[in-house]
Design a protein around this ligand. Structure first.
Ligand SMILES: [Cu+2]
Length: 130
């Protein structure tokens, strides 16, 4: 009878130790899930639109990442144009898709020609490549 009590006590302690470890893991996991897959730097990114704004407006990706832009039912159309002739997706379209692979590090600003600053909007964004 005494041995059984000790065994139960040991199991209870082991259980307590396990649940303590699990709690620690549970606290760590969300952080790891949120930041770990890409280490805070995305390797796969899609930019959409909210009205006539890019969303998300600013993104951070790892070098070698292909960023995609998607839009639908754009009044006047959208396109993706980077400064310094880095990339232009084509003429503005109501529904569209564009993609570009970023291999060089740096901060790259872009805009939509239809909704460019100084014109009819502020449809700008940036891609930071690390
Ligand atoms: Cu636009």
């Amino acid at each position: 009878m005494k041995k059984l009590s000790i065994a139960i006590a040991v199991l209870a302690l082991a259980g307590a130790a396990c649940s303590g470890t699990d709690d620690g893991g549970a606290i760590t996991s969300p952080t790891a899930t949120g930041g770990a897959p890409a280490g805070a730097v995305a390797t796969d990114e899609v930019v959409g639109t909210t009205g006539n704004l890019w969303s998300p407006k600013h993104i951070v990706v790892a070098a070698g990442t292909t960023v995609e832009w998607e839009w639908e039912d754009a009044v006047g159309g959208h396109n993706v144009v980077f400064d310094n002739d880095l990339y232009r997706s084509g003429d503005p379209t109501g529904d569209g898709r564009a993609s570009f692979e970023f291999n060089d590090t740096g901060i790259f600003d872009y805009y939509c020609e239809v909704h460019a600053p100084g014109g009819s909007g502020i449809m700008t964004g940036s891609v930071t490549v690390e």
